[in-house]
Design a protein around this ligand. Structure first.
Ligand SMILES: Nc1ncnc2c1ncn2[C@@H]1O[C@H](COP(=O)(O)OP(=O)(O)OP(=O)(O)O)[C@@H](O)[C@H]1O
Ligand SMILES: [Mg+2]
Length: 371
């Protein structure tokens, strides 16, 4: 596909174009076919931003190991292009139009977690982290063994929201997750100081995420929620690639006009063949702490209608409540601070629906019963 014309002012560095990157990739040969990887149709999406390049290489899962040298060669070729500050190539498990991977393909990481659910959105600041934390506590209150993974490497939220500033203990060659509010949690924020500038780049994001999955002693869990960073970048690809996701939950607010952003989040997961389990509308209405009156400031029912249109489930709505924010900022999730309050009731209902949904999605697998 031809790239759109570069309309930026000439004073800005033009940066590497997809054409130049593609030309560099054409220098890499796939040993299996002897053809260059562009001609062989192995090059998927190319994204470039501020000199950071990410490319997906389409391959069958069975060939993933054999493709590793090709992936590395692709990264080297991309890094050599003028203006590239960092390049990462990732293997994506399917060729376009190919059948989803056979059920026998093993999840690579976190095999002892029954259901891994990504909490995502199309845009930032809609309340993914708030939702992840409170849903995780609500799931733990259902008696489930719950893990919470902060996949936001650039801006981790868990230390503040869970009120945790300890360093994880090391046991053998693994780290122990921190425990709070009935759940196990891991975040890059437990490992580095808050003030440390996080100049993480693509491959480092993937490396850090993979370590937080593979080198942490999570034990056996019923469900793990993964608080995704905003956008559709490295972390999303890593998750889609390296674990067997039960699905993704999209958080949206009513003011995302026509929920275009929510749709983008849904599409991103569809592309990676991760099922979207449902939509949550956050900051759905303003609930007056004094009189209990509900004000639908940004209209009402958009997410429910959108869920129906996208063929996914509406999992519930969470009111805009000052207490939700103050509790988060104070390091005690509102569901734990006020388990009988309005927010806790909303999250409890969503937690039940989500767990049912996960159970249904996995009905072919082992039966999960809820206490
Ligand atoms: N239902 C709510 N009521 C009141 N405040 C809320 C609610 N949901 C989220 N907030 C507040 O909105 C802000 C953004 O929420 P949060 O950090 O969870 O969003 P996010 O989607 O994770 O953001 P990012 O994309 O930056 O990771 C926080 O200050 C949070 O306390
Ligand atoms: Mg967040």
């Amino acid at each position: 596909m031809p790239a759109p014309p570069d309309t930026r002012p000439a004073t800005q560095h033009p940066g590497p174009t997809p054409e130049r990157l593609r030309a560099a990739l054409a220098q890499v040969v796939d040993p299996a076919t002897g053809r260059d990887i562009v001609a062989a149709g192995l090059v998927g999406d190319i994204s470039v931003r501020d000199g950071l390049v990410q490319v997906s290489l389409l391959t069958d899962r069975a060939r993933a190991q054999a493709m590793e040298p090709v992936r590395l060669a692709a990264e080297r070729a991309l890094s050599a292009v003028a203006g590239v500050r960092n390049a990462s190539a990732v293997l994506t498990g399917h060729k376009p139009g190919a059948q989803p991977a056979a059920p026998s393909s093993k999840p690579v990481l976190l095999p002892d977690v029954t259901a891994i659910v990504a909490i995502a959105s199309g845009k930032g600041g809609v309340g993914k982290s708030t939702t992840s934390v409170n849903l995780a506590v609500a799931l733990a209150q259902l008696g489930l063994r719950v893990g919470l993974l902060d996949a936001d490497i650039y801006g981790p939220s868990m230390p503040r929201m869970l009120g945790l500033n300890r360093k994880p203990e090391i046991r053998g060659d693994k780290m122990l997750p921190l425990e709070a509010w009935g759940l196990k949690a891991m975040s890059i924020g437990f490992l580095v100081e808050e003030e440390t500038p996080m100049i993480w780049r693509g491959p480092m994001v993937m490396g850090a995420l993979e370590q937080m999955m593979g080198q942490v002693e999570w034990g056996t869990l019923d469900i793990m929620l993964v608080d995704m960073p905003p956008g559709t970048g490295d972390a999303q690809l890593t998750m889609a690639q390296r674990v067997s996701l039960a699905g993704a939950v999209i958080v949206s607010t009513p003011q995302d006009i026509a929920l275009i952003d929510a749709r983008r989040g849904v599409r991103m997961f569809e592309r990676t063949k991760v099922p979207v389990l449902g939509l949550i509308e956050n900051m759905s209405f303003f609930s007056c702490p004094n009189c209990g009156h509900e004000s639908h400031i940004f209209g009402h029912g958009g997410a429910r209608a959108e869920a129906a249109r996208l063929g996914t489930e509406f999992l519930g709505e969470v009111p805009l409540l000052l207490d939700i924010r103050t509790a988060s900022d104070a390091g005690t999730p509102i569901v734990a601070a006020d388990p009988d309050g309005e927010a806790a009731r909303a999250f409890a209902m969503i937690a039940k629906r989500l767990w049912e949904k996960v159970g249904t999605a996995r009905s072919a697998g082992p039966k999960i019963t809820m206490s």
